[in-house]
Design a protein around this ligand. Structure first.
Ligand SMILES: Cc1ncc(COP(=O)(O)O)c(C=O)c1O
Length: 475
């Protein structure tokens, strides 16, 4: 692919709009080069349905159905989640603040939602389930609940939500491991560097960059033997694998509803009550207080302590509905994703000029995520082409895990890419979508984009974009 320069007009424009792709006059025939996948999606009836199934999207060559490979960022809602929300909206009212029928129903469902989530994560007797906004919020709540002298041990490969909320002087950063066994050794060594009564190890269940599943049980056992607690970042793990706090040997778990087919603004921090009950309320105000007098405030313990203000009950109900569906259909969901994930990764590895990435080695267990680059093609151009020409949604960049991506892409012998493309599979992805993605990437790697693109402040955009990207607003 050739890149031509255009004259800059302003300093910003000179930085942003200096690159332009040359149009390539090649035909659709190239897309037939990839043989059909030897896999089919599981029968749709075995899987929970999403509301966005068959979503029509415009491309530069006409409409197609949306091929969603961006589940690791946010998932569409399940049909059953939307139905639960519609039902809950009919009686929507205050939570723990009214005696009316609607308020009683809404308050009851809020607490039942908490119980459903507790069952989903395998919460133990005495564990708290606190509703938050998302995983970032959950980590921040936990960081503010640590006893004063707590040391935190965190791998540099973590998502920024798990890497950044801890105070610098209390944090021990562990280098990005080169294998699962290496992770265990590195954690053991790190725990030796700082002793103390209160220590917390931050672990991810599945990497948001590569999808690789971390050796949670082994790492948690190392932490436990050293007397440290463990918080599991299950933002990417919970949508794909069963969680059981006791069985995994972790103390806290963090997850996001919008990555779990319940995009209604709720997340969760669940786990041991003592630190949470001793901490200052996260959102001081109504709901968190037992009594307020002119002499002071008596705060609740339990989840109410950190859920000040009127809670997001619709988000909590949506999350509970998603947990219910995933518990019921977990095996089918995992089978669907394993099938398509393997076909995707194998297919990408077979394409000349495409590199795939892994932390722990090619054979390591993954949730259905593949991260790749195309030689000589900017990753943001790859994602622009996949969307504009093929109706495929992926993400490019460093995925809020800059240190992890920098380590993966670091090549001491060559000038390589500094960002990557992530394709993540979920319930909205079909075998035909995988086929389409592989054909599109093969075509791009061999021949470059079919249309002409320019790099602007918005990233790469088609020069003659005929798509309607601003349909009428939904309200
Ligand atoms: C592994 C991981 N942890 C935490 C987060 C933060 O989640 P949220 O944006 O819902 O706060 C993400 C989001 O991508 C993630 O992938």
């Amino acid at each position: 692919m050739s890149i031509a320069s255009t004259p800059p007009t302003t300093p910003e424009a000179s930085r942003a709009a200096t690159r332009r792709t040359a149009p390539l006059a090649h035909a659709r025939e190239h897309l037939r080069a990839v043989p059909p996948l030897p896999v089919r999606s599981l029968s749709a009836s075995a899987l929970p349905a999403v509301v966005s199934g068959g979503l029509p999207v415009p491309t530069l060559d006409g409409p197609t159905d949306y091929a969603n490979f961006d589940h690791a960022a946010s998932t569409p809602a399940l049909v059953s989640v939307k139905a639960a929300v519609d039902t809950a909206l009919r009686t929507y009212s205050s939570v723990h603040r009214g005696k009316g029928y609607a308020s009683a129903v809404t308050s009851g469902w809020y607490e039942q939602a908490r119980a459903e989530v507790a069952a989903f994560v395998g919460a133990r007797e005495g564990d708290e389930v606190v509703f938050t906004r998302n995983s970032t919020d959950s980590f921040t709540l936990l960081s503010r609940s640590l006893p004063r002298d707590t040391s935190v041990f965190v791998f540099e490969s973590e998502h920024h939500a798990a890497l950044l909320p801890w105070k610098a002087r209390q944090t021990v950063r562990i280098p990005v491991p080169g294998s699962a066994a290496d992770a265990v050794v590195l954690l053991r060594e790190a725990l030796r560097t700082r002793q103390g009564r209160n220590r917390l190890v931050v672990l991810t269940g599945a990497s948001n960059v590569t999808g690789e599943v971390w050796p949670i049980r082994e790492l948690a056992a190392v932490a436990r033997r050293a007397g440290a607690r463990v918080v599991l970042d299950a933002a990417q793990y919970a949508p794909h694998r069963r969680i059981d706090l006791g069985e995994l040997g972790v103390d806290y778990v963090v997850l996001s509803g919008h990555k779990l087919y319940a995009p209604f603004g709720a997340g969760v921090l669940a786990g041991r009550a003592d630190w949470l009950d001793a901490a200052a309320p996260y959102l001081p105000g109504g709901g968190a207080t037992k009594a307020v007098t002119e002499h002071g405030v008596q705060w609740h313990t339990g989840s109410a302590r950190h859920e000040g203000g009127s809670p997001n009950v619709i988000g909590a109900i949506a999350l509970a509905a998603a947990c219910h569906a995933l518990r019921e259909h977990g095996e089918a969901v995992e089978a669907h994703e394993q099938l398509l994930g393997k076909a995707l990764l194998d297919g990408l590895r077979d394409i000349d000029g495409v590199q795939t990435y892994s932390l722990f080695g090619d054979g390591h267990e993954r949730v259905a995520v593949a991260t790749f680059t195309v030689d000589g093609v900017d990753s943001s151009l790859v994602s622009a082409v996949l969307s504009a020409e093929h109706g495929i949604g992926v993400r490019d960049g460093k995925f809020c895990a800059h240190l992890c991506v920098d380590t993966l892409l670091d090549d001491p012998y060559a000038e390589g890419p500094d960002t990557a493309v992530r394709a993540s599979i979920g319930l909205a992805t079909t075998a035909a979508h995988v086929q389409r993605l592989l054909a599109a990437v093969a075509d791009l790697a061999a021949h470059g984009p079919r249309h002409e693109y320019v790099h602007t402040g918005e990233g790469w955009v088609p020069v003659d974009d005929t798509r309607d990207l601003a349909p009428a607003r939904p309200w």
